[in-house]
Structures are given as structure tokens and as C-alpha cells.
Design a protein around this ligand. Structure first.
Ligand SMILES: O=c1[nH]cnc2c(O)cc(-c3ccc(F)cc3)c(-c3ccc(F)cc3)c12
Ligand SMILES: [Mg+2]
Length: 215
């Protein structure tokens, strides 16, 4: 029995999912975490909303804050057109190691780059170190306490331009009240609220979409 929950999830995927099939990886993570052990992936219900927003945005450069096991990176990458990239930031090295293997198994490694470190350090280095000019879509799913500061950092670093889409998980549970307040009142975002449920649970949760209108 693997020591860590995240390693048990990876093991289950490797033994049961179809290698090279991102949908199969996503489905098997959902199966394991709804039937065996709860884990904090965005999940299947909120995942369908994520899919819809990714499809309508059709992004070339995606930034994800909070990789965890690579569930949402796999979910997003499976929808990206050829030549597009997903950069995902994870500060926990053990989770990053699991995510690397998960993404490899799913066969989306050519589209996904895992950046190990904290967002406050990595975001300011995206232009210089990772050759990013702008990001078209940001999935915010790391720590709700960092949502507002990192959103302001994306603005200050001029990484988001008119039309860039932010989508934040957990705005109800655990909740991100200052983030909702900021994007809804600063005048620079068009916001949409998507009520849903906490992954693998009947607790209420929601996603917030914030489309940048420009500085
Ligand atoms: O931290 C999270 N990052 C990204 N997504 C999360 C998510 O989708 C769900 C949860 C979550 C966990 C347990 C629970 F009862 C309710 C919600 C968390 C989270 C919150 C506080 C914690 F202390 C540890 C985990 C995160
Ligand atoms: Mg989440």
C-alpha cells in the first residue's frame, strides 16, 4: 500500500486507466476519489464547467495555479489545440512528482510543463524565465488566501491582457471572499458565478469566472 494518498491515486490510475488516454485518467481519478478516498481535485461536476469555459476560451497559453496530482492539468490539456501550452505551478515537490507521472501516463506531457515553486516567486519570472508574453486562461486552484494577491501580481506583471480569462475554484468552500470582492468591484473584470458542489460531496461550492477588460 503506497504511503501517501496521492501515490495511491497514481497507482490506481496506472493499474486501471488506459495509458495515453486523458479522459480515462480523469474518469479513473474520479472513480477512486468518489468510491475510495476523497481528494481535492476539481472533480467531475465542477470539471464539466471547467471544460466548458476552456472550450469557449480556446486558449493558446494556459496557466494553472495549484497542480496537486495533475487532474485538472490533464483535464485542460486534453482540450487544447496543437501548439498550445499549459504551465502549472505546484509548491509541494512530492505532489509535483506524482503529477509529472500522472501527466506522462495520460500522454499530455508535450503540452504541460510543471513549474515547482510558489506562485509569488514563479509568476514574476514567467516572462523572463519561461518566455511567456501573456496568458489566455488562468485556472486558480491553489490556496484561497493567495487568490487576490496572485491576481494582482498577474496584472502588475502584465501577464493578463484584455480578454484573458481567470477561473477560480472553491469560491464558496473553503471560500475566497476577498477575491470575489476584488474581481467584482475593481471595475477591470466581467464576472460570472457558476454554482456547483464540492468535489465528491454534496456540500455547496462554486467557480467564479473573471474576464479581464484591460488595465
Ligand atoms: O487547498 C485547496 N486547494 C485547491 N482546491 C481545494 C479544494 O478543491 C478543496 C479543498 C477542501 C478540502 C477539505 C474540505 F473539507 C473542503 C475543501 C481544499 C483545501 C482547503 C483547505 C485545506 F486546509 C486543505 C485543502 C483545496
Ligand atoms: Mg479546488
Amino acid at each position: 500500500m503506497a504511503q501517501r494518498l496521492e501515490e495511491r491515486i497514481l497507482e490506481y490510475v496506472k493499474q486501471h486507466a488506459a495509458e495515453g488516454d486523458p479522459q480515462s485518467v480523469v474518469d479513473h481519478i474520479d472513480k477512486y476519489c468518489s468510491q475510495n478516498e476523497w481528494a481535492m481535485h476539481v472533480g467531475d461536476e465542477k470539471g464539466l464547467i471547467l471544460d466548458q469555459v476552456v472550450k469557449e476560451t480556446n486558449p493558446t497559453i494556459v496557466l494553472e495555479l495549484g497542480t496537486y496530482c495533475g487532474y485538472s492539468a490533464t483535464r485542460i490539456a486534453r482540450l487544447l489545440k496543437p501548439g498550445s501550452r499549459l504551465l502549472t505551478v505546484e509548491m509541494n515537490p512530492e505532489n509535483a512528482a506524482v503529477a509529472k507521472q500522472m501527466i506522462q501516463f495520460a500522454g499530455v506531457q508535450d503540452k504541460v510543463e510543471i513549474l515547482e515553486g510558489s506562485t509569488e516567486v514563479i509568476i514574476p519570472s514567467l516572462k523572463t524565465k519561461y518566455g511567456v508574453d501573456r496568458v489566455d486562461f488562468v485556472f486558480i486552484d491553489h490556496f484561497s488566501e493567495r487568490y487576490t494577491a496572485d491576481t494582482k501580481l498577474l496584472e502588475e506583471c502584465q501577464l493578463i491582457k484584455k480578454g484573458s480569462v481567470l477561473l477560480a475554484d472553491n469560491v464558496v468552500f473553503p471560500g475566497a471572499p476577498d477575491f470575489l470582492e476584488y474581481v467584482r468591484t475593481c471595475g477591470r473584470y466581467d464576472c460570472t458565478y457558476y454554482p456547483s458542489h464540492l468535489e465528491y460531496s454534496d456540500k455547496l461550492d462554486a467557480l467564479e469566472k473573471a474576464v479581464f477588460k484591460g488595465p
